[in-house]
Design a protein around this ligand. Structure first.
Ligand SMILES: Cc1cc2nc3c(=O)[nH]c(=O)nc-3n(C[C@H](O)[C@H](O)[C@H](O)COP(=O)(O)O)c2cc1C
Length: 217
């Protein structure tokens, strides 16, 4: 699975960057190719709310502004899974994150009549990286959840991380991406009837193998 890891922090050595690196490593360990981009390194204008509200985002699903937006939009189209990482600013995603995703939402959430969002049904992991207080980290993830739903992507996980939880949450991010990139075990792809048969077989084996307690003897 080709995974696009999108971070959005002006701090090249901060928590957001560390989360992006853990995600990248998880994708690689899950035997998949990863591409990491930092939105802050691109020229992304804020939405111009063209023509009293709607521009070509509504009808042609593209943005009229001339900057790096469409280049990143193409990267989303080419990817098969995503990791979105933002620092938590005022309990919300960073200004750069919002500037980009406000525009992507306009272009992709407006597709209908058989047209699908370029991220439809593709799995996404959302990560909110906060400071010491962690205030607003859940609100920030809530906003990311709304975004993922609007874009019709498939939420794989939402991960909060703060300076205090850094050590173990970095591992969670890594392991989460390994899991996202690893195909489910064959059993999960079997039809329900076959899964039931396989489960009941396992249960009876477990009963047979149950350890004897003092009461049993
Ligand atoms: C403008 C601004 C607002 C912030 N607001 C919050 C906040 O609401 N809650 C919080 O826990 N941390 C807040 N922080 C701290 C950052 O989330 C924290 O330092 C995070 O690690 C920043 O990401 P970075 O390490 O990539 O720079 C804020 C930091 C800045 C610069």
């Amino acid at each position: 699975m080709k995974v696009l890891v999108v971070i959005s922090s002006s701090n090249a050595n901060g928590l957001t960057a560390a989360c992006g690196e853990a995600a990248r490593q998880g994708v690689v360990d899950g035997k998949s190719p990863a591409r990491v981009i930092n939105l802050n390194e691109f020229n992304i204008l804020r939405c111009a709310e063209c023509d009293n509200g709607w521009g070509p985002c509504l009808t042609e699903h593209r943005c009229r502004l001339e900057d790096d937006f469409s280049q990143i939009q193409d990267m989303f189209e080419a990817a098969e899974g995503f990791v979105l990482v933002t620092p938590v600013y005022f309990g919300d995603a960073s200004e750069t994150f919002k500037a980009f995703f406000d525009r992507l939402r306009r272009c992709e959430a407006t597709k209908k009549n058989g047209k699908k969002s370029i991220v439809a049904n593709k799995p996404a992991v959302c990560i909110a990286a906060a400071g010491g207080s962690g205030h607003g980290v859940i609100h920030c993830l809530g906003e990311m959840e709304r975004l993922v739903q609007r874009l019709s992507a498939e939420a794989f996980d939402y991960i909060p991380i703060t300076q205090r939880t850094r050590e173990y949450q970095i591992e969670t991010i890594h392991d989460g991406l390994v899991a996202m990139c690893t195909p489910p075990p064959v059993e999960q792809t079997l039809p329900l009837s076959a899964r039931r048969r396989s489960r009941s077989g396992r249960r009876s084996k477990r009963r047979i193998g149950r350890r004897r307690t003092p009461k049993d003897s």
